[in-house]
Design a protein around this ligand. Structure first.
Ligand code: FES
Length: 117
């Protein structure tokens, strides 16, 4: 329910806690450890550091994976795009404004790569 366990299956964000192993068979699984392989992921990581986005950090792996999936499909997201894409990822520390700013900074850092991964 919180989105902290968000991973990608074939590039699509899913909740690991609700995904049976059989649903992952034959699919590419990406966790937070694999995010650096994505240009969007690296820009998000840079933005997260620059803006000091995390507080306790519990939710942040899921937040980053959800944000990466958003930027791949919507390279210049509006506030409404961000709210819609991130609404399933809860942050008990209420870092939502920094998360939104981080996504916007990452989008601003990547004008040359468009939606490429
Ligand atoms: Fe603490 Fe999100 S940073 S739950």
């Amino acid at each position: 329910a919180c989105g902290a366990c968000t991973i990608h299956l074939d590039g699509q964000p899913v909740r690991a806690c609700q995904t049976p192993v059989s649903a992952a068979a034959g699919k590419k699984i990406t966790t937070i450890e694999g995010l650096s392989a994505s240009a969007w992921g690296r820009k998000l990581q840079d933005a997260w550091v620059a803006l000091d986005v995390p507080q306790c950090g519990y939710c942040q792996a899921g937040q980053l994976l959800a944000a990466e999936a958003l930027l791949r499909t919507t390279p210049k997201p509006t506030d409404a795009d961000i709210d819609a894409a991130m609404s399933g990822n809860i942050c008990r520390c209420a870092t939502y404004m920094r998360i939104r700013a981080g996504i916007k900074l990452a989008a601003a850092l990547t004008p040359a790569i468009g939606g490429a991964q």
